[in-house]
Design a protein around this ligand. Structure first.
Ligand code: ASP
Length: 334
């Protein structure tokens, strides 16, 4: 609710906004006849961290790691952990809204500059799913651990067992049970996966993503967030992307990989995010009016972009010493 209020109060800015960085003013010609950019381009800078939604404390934590000379992998893990521990956030970690049976189940993934990755799906009773995902990447020959196996793995590593269902989330679930209306259609407010991308002082990129998924989902349902290429993708040569929104739609279009590949083909992060959203909304019979998807992306130079289907999606960006929330441009303007 608080996040939504903030989003509503935030001023709307358009595509190609240059908050926290500088715009290159472009001219069409010079007397020397040299090739000149013909459109405005955002000039990036590193280090930086961006995250989905309004998570200033999380980006501040990641920035602290980067400023101290830490690597981008540590930065995204530390940043995501802030939100996982925040009980007030009902979409991530402790205090996440449960599935329709009352169980809080977490999905998370992480990806490093080498293209290594790890993820956990349907993880219960462990707050820091992103750290377990990192351990899957670093300590096992696998990419993904699910359910009981992931939980057992976490305990073996010393992660504490904790009840993730807070009083507030239990109350919300009990209220939901009165009607038990099963609507896997995501509305804009209950949709706050934390996805984070960072570039460190060495120019290396990492990303992470953590969520309790769709509120009151079917038991066993997993969205895009722990799926490499869908919820998150990092290519250290090109850039990175992370998604939020109705995971099923992101999975069907392999959204984050698509955005990074579009950047590889020359699109700016903004253009790439817009194209990935257009692949969803332009499908024949797309039901996009009833769900939200948002992408944030960054390229190797530290230029960022964000775009969503509906209004009120935002990105938090810490760059050039400034931590700020940036309202995303969006598709559905009618
Ligand atoms: N993408 C997440 C999922 O589908 C939800 C979210 O972004 O809030 O599980």
């Amino acid at each position: 609710m608080e996040r939504r209020k903030f989003l509503k109060n935030a001023s709307l800015t358009g595509v190609g906004l240059a908050v926290g960085s500088t715009l290159v003013n472009c001219v069409e010609n010079t007397s020397e006849g040299k090739p000149i950019p013909t459109e405005s381009q955002e000039k990036g800078s590193i280090p930086l961290v961006i995250a989905t939604w309004h998570v200033m404390d999380a980006t501040a934590k990641a920035w602290e790691v980067l400023q101290a000379g830490g690597n981008s992998l540590d930065a995204v893990e530390q940043g995501c952990k802030v939100e996982e521990a925040n009980e007030a956030g009902q979409s991530v970690g402790k205090g996440g809204l449960p599935d329709r049976d009352g169980n809080v189940t977490l999905d998370a993934c992480i990806m490093d500059k080498h293209g290594n990755c790890g993820s956990v799906v349907y993880l219960q009773n462990v707050v820091h799913a992103v750290s377990v995902a990192r351990k899957v990447m670093e300590d096992t020959p696998h990419v993904m651990l699910a359910g009981k196996g992931a939980e057992q793995f976490a305990y073996e590593l010393g992660f504490p067992k904790e009840d993730l269902l807070t009083e507030a989330s239990k109350k919300a679930w009990e209220e939901w049970k009165i009607t038990s209306q099963y609507k896997p259609i995501i509305n804009i407010e209950n949709h706050d996966t934390i996805g984070m991308l960072a570039i460190d002082k060495n120019g290396d990129i990492s990303g992470a993503c953590t969520t309790s998924g769709l509120a009151f989902k079917m038991a066993g349902r997993v969205g895009d967030s722990p799926i490499i290429g869908s919820g998150l993708f990092v290519d250290n040569e090109i850039g990175a992307c992370v998604a939020t929104g109705l995971g099923e739609e992101v999975v069907k279009t392999v959204g984050s990989f698509l955005v990074v590949e579009l950047m590889r083909q020359g699109k700016t992060p903004q253009e790439a995010c817009e194209e990935a959203i257009s692949r969803i909304v332009n499908k024949p019979n797309s039901d996009y009016k009833n769900f939200q998807v948002g992408y944030i992306a960054v390229n190797k130079k530290g230029v960022t972009g964000s775009y969503s289907i509906h209004q009120w999606f935002s990105m938090t960006k810490y760059q050039d010493g400034k931590n700020e929330q940036i309202q995303s441009d969006y598709f559905n303007k009618v």
